[in-house]
Write a protein that binds this ligand. Structure first.
Ligand SMILES: O=C(O)CCC(=O)C(=O)O
Length: 208
């Protein structure tokens, strides 16, 4: 978060000190152009890769996949300001966007405690067993989701800073709206069994 704060202050010409404060969230909401500039630049330093290569995390992912594993180089850092819905990820399977192979695992990593009020992730347990689904409904302009999924049980996954949620590329999940006064920051790192196809849009792979 130190990297992020430095970048936000440099881009916005501010001297703010706490990226988790309501005043910082209001600043981000008022200056949307700062968010888009940060999105581009935050990917450049290696901290996202360093975080994704954390020994405990890699150990858990490798145990889950139970074979040699690689990291997809495109690692996403999300900035979800209070009540902002422009980047809301409606119910989807990552496979629809990430492609490559279905065994890819996503690690969803919050940068702060993330409760229902902060818009914690929602999941439909067991839905990965459905395999890839057509995302045949278009809502919120350009977002896609599968039809016929809403008779399933959905769970809200409240998390603590330091947790990571690992899930299969076919697990149905959704963003929650951030109803709190502070920004919700999160990282999404993705891992694939080595030797399996991955989509070039995910930036290639690196070994663990
Ligand atoms: O962080 C979020 O709100 C949703 C992220 C997500 O669904 C994803 O990365 O696939």
């Amino acid at each position: 978060m130190t990297n992020f704060l430095g970048l936000a202050n440099a881009v916005g010409g501010t001297d703010l000190s706490d990226p988790h404060s309501p005043s910082f969230a209001r600043h981000l909401n008022q200056c949307r152009n700062i968010q888009s500039q940060i999105y581009d630049e935050i990917r450049l330093p290696s901290w996202l890769e360093d975080l994704s290569l954390d020994g405990n995390l890699v150990g858990e992912v490798s145990a889950l996949l139970d074979r040699s594993t690689v990291l997809l180089k495109k690692i996403v850092f999300r900035i979800d300001a209070p009540l902002e819905t422009s980047q809301l990820a409606v119910w989807h399977q990552d496979y629809y966007y990430v492609r490559g192979n279905v065994d890819i695992v996503t690690a969803w990593i919050p940068m702060q405690d993330t409760s229902y009020a902060h818009g914690c992730l929602q999941v439909m347990p067991g839905s990965h067993q459905l395999g890839p689904l057509p995302h045949d409904v278009q809502i919120l302009d350009k977002r896609h989701m599968p039809s016929g999924i809403f008779d399933r049980v959905a769970r809200f996954v409240e998390m603590k800073k330091g947790d990571a949620l690992l899930f299969h590329s076919c697990l149905l999940h959704s963003s929650g709206v951030n109803f709190s006064e502070v920004t919700r920051y999160s990282v999404q790192a993705r891992y694939s069994p080595a030797g399996q196809p991955t989509d070039p849009a995910m930036g290639g792979t690196r070994s663990l």
